[in-house]
Design a protein around this ligand. Structure first.
Ligand code: NAD
Length: 507
């Protein structure tokens, strides 16, 4: 089989990335499939960040006045590039992030979906007209482009998260400056190359597009910090750990910039006795083991009602023991590698802590695959009595803590006792239970599902969560408003000047 490094280079070149960019630098890109170095990229410095944002400001001054449906045409062309290159880009996601192939392709599909959504949106950036108390007046809301947007993204969705932001930002009139994860810089280079092809196609249609509508900055967290502090960026959308958001949020607040924070999750599901257990098993298995437990929406805590606890756990254990772990490029494999050694060490520590609390751990051992520098694990099921210790932490690995419950109210209270508030589910065939879970006394998360696991959102809904998840919303619904500024305009078309609230001021 061709080496991962050689295949990575071939794919990057086929997607238009110059080979010279892939050697000679000191940022080693690695594939978690084997742990091997796939490229050595030049790191950007603070001056490069400053020049990218300066170019983005210049681009904004032009792009903001291009009609929104025309801006949508550029996003449509970008979506076409993604369609044409879905297979190689999806495979590159697999090579760089270690997802199984269908998930790598699914991530590119998500990019295509958000492009389609944004194209439609480009004709629907509506403001309201509001009844005014003054005669011969009209009051309305006007949504205008905001300015260049900084995007900081995490390794586990190396391209889709950027697309959620960029597709909306671009139709809203905002250029984008992107700091991808230092663990997944190569897919970012490929996406930038496809975007540049779309810009060329847009210009070939006779439309003007400024340079600098999209820039990619290669490097570590210091570049994310530089974006956070750059006064030319009125909005920074940052996806990653809660620890990162805790630093980025206050720094943005200090300069009164907008923050769109998409941070960690500690997601739960409740299985009630009335549930369809076949469906629940499939929902739990995908949400807990998919992407090797490295999704922000991964299911980490499971509350099973007493009456079905033992039969459900038996079936779950069998599923955990039989799931194929290994090279994510292979047909039939459902669980690929952890991103790196640090992730494996964090998983081991969490399992040791749980054992010290008396938990019964099934799985969790390292699986020999991919060589000594690759970290594959059998997903772990942890039966634990206390909702405490590692259960309350997001360990970015496939660990599912399982607890018993009897009353739904108690399960909901435990579910909501996590510091994060991203995603949640209930499995039940009881209408009252489902509706209670979705009510104001139910889940406190940004996403609450019935008879579907907590992971695997589609782009039409607003995505994001409460509490330590950061409160941001991206993708569908009215998330676009974060990328625009709202002005309330009042026009007087009469000859008098009546003041609001009956105030009199005659001069
Ligand atoms: P991470 O926090 O280590 O890094 C994320 C990004 O932030 C990287 O680009 C990194 O360079 C940058 N960064 C780190 N510290 C920074 C700082 N102080 N200032 C500016 N930038 C900084 O996260 P990760 O390990 O790449 O990803 C896993 C985490 O991301 C998990 O917690 C997961 O739940 C979360 N995540 C959340 C969502 C969501 O939508 N809520 C989506 C994907 C991942």
């Amino acid at each position: 089989m061709i080496s991962v490094a050689a295949e990575t280079t071939d794919l990057l070149v086929s997607l238009g990335v110059a080979p010279a960019r892939l050697t000679g630098g000191d940022l080693a890109a690695r594939s978690p499939i084997t742990g091997e170095v796939t490229a050595r990229l030049a790191r950007y410095d603070a001056a490069a960040v400053a020049s990218a944002t300066k170019r983005a400001v210049a681009a904004f001054l032009v792009w903001r006045s291009v009609p929104a449906p025309r801006r949508g045409e550029l996003v449509r062309l970008f979506g076409e590039e993604l369609r044409a290159n879905k297979a190689p880009l999806g495979r590159l996601v697999t090579l760089e992030a270690g997802k199984i192939l269908s998930e790598g392709l699914g991530e590119v599909q998500e990019m295509i979906d958000i492009c389609d959504f944004a194209v439609g949106l480009s004709r629907q950036l509506y403001g309201l007209t509001i009844a005014t108390e003054r005669p011969d007046h009209r009051m309305m809301e006007n949504w205008k482009p905001l300015g260049p947007v900084g995007v900081i993204s995490a390794f586990n969705f190396p391209v889709a998260v950027w697309a959620w932001n960029a597709a909306l930002a671009l139709v809203c009139g905002d250029p984008v400056v992107w700091k991808p994860s230092e663990k997944t810089p190569l897919t970012a280079l490929a996406v930038q190359s496809l975007f540049e092809r779309a810009v060329a196609a847009f210009r070939a249609q006779g439309h003007a597009a400024p340079d600098g509508l999209s820039a990619v900055l290669i490097g570590g967290r210091e570049l994310g910090e530089a974006l956070t502090d750059d006064p030319r960026l009125p909005l920074v959308s940052a996806t990653g750990s809660t620890a990162m958001g805790r630093e980025v949020g206050p720094r943005l607040a200090r300069r009164f910039a907008r923050a769109l924070l998409e941070l960690g999750g500690n997601n739960a599901a409740i299985v009630r006795a009335s549930a369809d257990l076949d469906l629940s098993l499939r929902g739990v298995a995908f949400a807990a083991m998919g992407t090797a437990g490295q999704r922000c929406t991964t299911l980490r805590r499971l509350f099973v009602q007493e009456a079905v606890y033992d039969p459900f756990l038996d079936r779950l254990k069998r599923a955990y023991a039989s799931v194929a772990v290994g090279d994510p490029r292979q047909e039939g494999v459902l669980v690929g590698p952890l991103i790196d050694r640090a992730a494996y060490d964090a998983m081991t520590r969490a399992l040791d802590e749980a054992r010290a609390m008396g938990a019964r751990v099934t799985g969790g051992e390292r699986v020999e695959a991919g060589g000594p520098d690759a970290y594959y694990v059998r997903p772990a099921l942890v039966e634990i009595d206390a909702h405490a210790g590692p259960v309350l932490t997001e360990t970015f690995a496939p660990i599912l803590y399982v607890l018993r419950h009897e009353r739904l109210e108690d399960a909901i209270a435990l579910q909501n006792a996590a510091a994060q508030g991203l995603s949640s589910s209930i499995f039940t065939n009881d209408l009252r239970e489902a509706e209670l879970f979705l009510s104001e006394r139910g889940s406190d998360c940004g996403i609450a599902n019935v008879n579907i696991g907590p992971s695997g959102a589609e782009i039409g809904g607003a995505f994001g969560g409460e509490k330590e998840t950061g409160g941001g919303r991206e993708a569908g619904s009215d998330s676009w408003r974060a990328y625009m500024r709202r002005a309330t305009n009042t026009v007087n078309y009469g000859a008098a000047l009546p003041l609001a609230q009956g105030v009199r001021f005659e001069v």
